[in-house]
Design a protein around this ligand. Structure first.
Ligand code: ZN
Length: 423
């Protein structure tokens, strides 16, 4: 039976991020690690033609070791590309080369990644490390925010996509200035002016709402609206509920900005930086607070630590599994190639470290080299258990107090239970 597990975006990003970290830690001894980015519209046979050409040019490489390693990597890539008629839907990234394992040992390592978003570049690079920047860019936040700047004379709107501002359009008003012309009664002038302002706000609200609501996957991705401008214009606009109600209820905040044309959008994003940072952690914070509150209850529905959480997951008793985004924990079996002695260890990976940096390199019994026989990523193992019992998995970042407590005080693994198990 094949199970299809619907992973949410946060988890996909987390898995993707871990893969990139692993690749990032790999080093070649010379310029012998090959990176290839293949966009979806590139012909595979064009790529293989270039690879054969590069193979031929290897004779120019002075170091014999580097030459041999580059040629092995190219051969390995060519044999893997044979399985592809065309690149996958989003293209593919190939990382291949002889990486150092510590203790003078090396291994030919090949990873093919089908990226979460379409690749838009072709690249062949040979270096002492893998080129990861195009994939790292895909890790940027995919949330969208609506932007609106306005005063009584003009308004401009657009989007904030990840870190990019996307200006869309604006409108100017015919609201008369504050000074009335001679002959008009003051009361009548004020009345006309208010009508004109109201009409202008209505027009802004309708047009900007239509643009925001037309955004693809509005209900999933549209996280809120920022309004900028002088006072009291922006306050008036918010209080008057000129936006469509689905947009109105997503207003995050009002911010003072000087410009109300296209330039005002980036001024608005700068002014709202702290508010935006807060948005990402609001939900995670709620889960952590629920967990911490449970923890002190007499009939506590909280569990933490790898063992306890694993047992509860196996029972199907976990409602929400909380995992720290900083946690990199593996269980590895290391084995002596000479005498067959093997041992199991649980290791915590720090950024930039590989498993080989941490494990002992020589056998206790015969001093022959040890190799990693098996590696189990504990986070992957726990999330797989969670998927089997429809448990919600929340990846909790370290960027706020309760989040860092999960990592420092609870080993990065905690759970809110469906019922009490005493485990
Ligand atoms: Zn041994």
């Amino acid at each position: 039976m094949t199970e299809t597990v619907e992973m949410d975006d946060a988890r996909k990003r987390y898995e993707f991020k871990k893969t990139l970290e692993k690749l990032e830690s790999k080093q070649g001894s010379g310029t012998e690690l090959i990176t290839i980015y293949i966009p979806p519209d590139k012909q595979i046979h064009d790529v293989t033609a270039q690879l054969r050409d590069e193979f031929g040019q290897c004779s120019n490489i002075k170091s014999k070791q580097t030459r041999t390693n580059v040629q092995s990597a190219i051969s390995s890539i060519l044999s893997r590309l044979r399985y592809y008629k065309n690149p996958p839907q989003n293209g593919m990234a190939v990382f291949c080369g002889t990486v150092q394992l510590g203790g003078d040992r090396t291994s030919l390592d090949c990873t093919i990644i089908e990226p979460p978003e379409p690749l838009n570049l072709y690249m062949y690079r040979c270096s002492s490390n893998f080129e990861l920047e195009p994939l790292r860019e895909m890790l940027e936040e995919k949330n969208i925010y609506g932007l609106l700047v306005l005063d009584r004379r003009e308004a401009y709107w657009g989007f904030l996509r990840g870190n990019r501002i996307d200006p869309v359009g604006g409108v100017t008003s015919t609201v008369p200035g504050k000074q009335r012309k001679g002959g008009q009664s003051s009361v009548r002038f004020q009345r006309l002016r208010e009508i004109a302002i109201n009409e202008f706000y209505t027009k802004i609200g309708e047009r900007a709402s239509a643009i925001f609501l037309a955004e693809k996957d509005f209900f999933e991705r549209f996280k809120g609206v920022l309004i900028g401008g002088p006072s009291p214009t922006k306050e008036e606009f918010e209080a008057g509920e000129y936006f469509h109600h689905e947009v109105q209820k997503r207003i995050i905040g009002l911010f003072d900005v000087a410009y109300t044309n296209e330039d005002g959008l980036s001024e608005l994003v700068d002014a709202a930086k702290d508010a935006l940072k807060g948005m990402d952690v609001v939900r995670e914070k709620e889960y952590m607070n629920r967990f911490l509150k449970e923890l002190v209850q007499e009939d506590s529905l909280a569990a933490y630590g790898e063992d306890s959480v694993r047992k509860n997951l196996e029972l199907g008793a976990v409602d929400v599994l909380l995992l720290s985004s900083s946690l990199r924990k593996s269980r590895v079996r290391i084995k002596c190639q000479n005498c067959g002695h093997s041992e199991e260890r649980t290791i915590h990976l720090e950024p930039g470290k590989t498993i080989e940096d941490i494990i002992p390199h020589t056998c206790r019994k015969c001093t022959a080299p040890l190799v990693v026989d098996e590696e189990v990523d504990i986070i992957e193992e726990l999330t797989r258990l969670a998927d089997q019992s429809s448990t919600k998995v929340e990846i909790i970042s370290n960027d706020f107090e309760e989040g860092s407590i999960l990592f420092s005080a609870f080993g990065g693994i905690a759970a809110i239970l469906r019922y009490r198990t005493g485990l």
